[in-house]
Ligand binder design. Structure first.
Ligand SMILES: NC(=O)c1ccc[n+]([C@@H]2O[C@H](COP(=O)([O-])OP(=O)(O)OC[C@H]3O[C@@H](n4cnc5c(N)ncnc54)[C@H](OP(=O)(O)O)[C@@H]3O)[C@@H](O)[C@H]2O)c1
Length: 361
């Protein structure tokens, strides 16, 4: 496989640090450029991250420590000339992020983004590689709109939905998911925080995460949408209602979900569908693809966030407690790692899919 030079935009942040760890010895992608805000620009990565390095069990990768951080906004052309594509995860205003991602794309530098700014753009694919890999074909139309040859933007969906959307997906075709109610229990790293920087979460639950419920209800419909000419048209069902809570957990978003089907399956049919669900990443053996995407736990007290979030390098989805419900047909719980499968890891997997399909050539 060809090697690609990559940049991390927002390298000093929570997701950016995850990218740094995941890419430090990636078989296809080599980190050439790190960029962040003007506050960090000009410092080495080690100096700029300083005490913010979030991982006690993994130090800053040696090969990235001494890279001098570039200014993500002022140095767009220079960065674009040095890499084959960039990963982007920045904390800026939505319109600023939209403009920044478009500047990179127009400088012929593809952007694989974790930000929400472009998720609603109709010709920007929002991809969970096991579910809707064919959506990357919209990139042709996007390139025409942007007037680019190579440049484009592809995005990852929100971290909250990375457990329950994969679990619902293999049930949709045969049994028709009609309605789902979901309550998420989300980790503080999802807000870019640690227990040191978010002490108010200790011994506490905060019942509000700005914008999260809307994303959890609406983004699945784009993932389950289809391409029509120059845009992705959203699916109109299933109806999803979400409540999102912040809980005192470092990493890992859990979701408790209740589902109503058009044609109620048996428990065995559901378990079978989960066991057999695999997609293009598994077919192509992409380096970050989990071997078994959905893993069912028989134990009543699993999956647990702390025990199970790192399953298959944090790229698999854990499911448990499947049982019939009095109001809906079934209920169960799901778990995924929010900064791995839900952010940086999911973006790396999407980039592997794009690379394998020739979109960075
Ligand atoms: N955390 C998650 O689980 C998660 C999951 C999915 C998506 N996301 C999304 O990923 C993005 C980053 O999230 P995060 O949790 O990593 O945030 P974060 O820890 O607050 O990091 C923000 C990053 O953005 C950079 N930045 C801030 N202002 C900037 C500017 N004006 N120009 C250039 N860079 C600037 C920061 O650089 P400095 O260090 O120089 O300030 C830092 O590298 C957000 O859009 C978020 O919604 C996060």
């Amino acid at each position: 496989m060809k090697q690609y030079n990559v940049g991390i935009i927002g390298a000093t942040g929570m997701v950016g640090q995850r990218f740094a760890l995941l890419l430090a010895d990636h078989p296809w992608f080599k980190v050439k450029v790190l960029a962040a805000s003007p506050r960090s620009a000009g410092k080495t990565y080690e100096e700029a991250v300083g005490k913010r390095w979030a991982f006690r069990d993994a130090p800053i990768p040696e090969n990235l420590k001494d890279i001098v951080i570039k200014d993500a906004t002022a140095d767009v052309d220079e960065i674009a000339s040095q890499v084959d594509f960039v990963f982007c995860a920045v904390d800026m205003k939505k319109d600023e992020i939209k403009a920044l991602e478009e500047r990179y794309a127009k400088a012929e530098c593809p952007v694989v983004s974790n930000n929400s700014a472009n998720r609603g753009t109709p010709d920007v694919p929002m991809v969970v590689p096991e579910i809707n890999p064919e959506h990357i074909e919209i990139i042709k139309a996007q390139r025409e709109r942007l007037g680019t040859k190579r440049g484009f933007i592809a995005v990852k969906s929100n971290c909250s939905l990375q457990s329950y959307v994969p679990a619902l997906n293999p049930l949709m075709k045969d049994f028709g998911v009609k309605e789902a109610f979901v309550c998420t229990y989300q980790a503080i790293s999802g807000a870019g925080k640690t227990f040191e920087t978010m002490p108010q979460i200790i011994d506490n639950v905060i019942p509000y995460i700005g914008g999260e419920e809307e994303k959890s209800e609406q983004e699945p419909l784009k993932i389950w949408g289809h391409i029509e000419e120059d845009r992705i048209v959203n699916a109109t069902s299933p109806r999803i209602s979400a409540q999102c809570l912040r809980v005192p957990v470092s990493d890992g978003h859990m979701a408790a979900i209740f589902v109503k089907f058009e044609k109620k399956p048996t428990k065995e049919q559901i378990l079978e569908a989960w066991k057999n669900f695999s997609g293009v990443p598994q077919e192509l053996s992409l380096p970050s693809a989990p071997k078994q995407f959905i893993n069912y736990f028989e134990e009543d007290d699993r999956p647990q966030t702390k025990l199970d979030r790192m399953l298959e390098g944090g790229m698999a989805v854990s499911v448990g407690r499947l049982r019939e419900d009095l109001i809906f047909d079934y209920k169960f719980v799901c778990l995924s790692h929010n900064t791995l499968r839900g952010a940086a890891g999911g973006a790396v997997l999407m980039a592997e899919l794009l690379a394998a399909k020739g979109y960075f050539d």
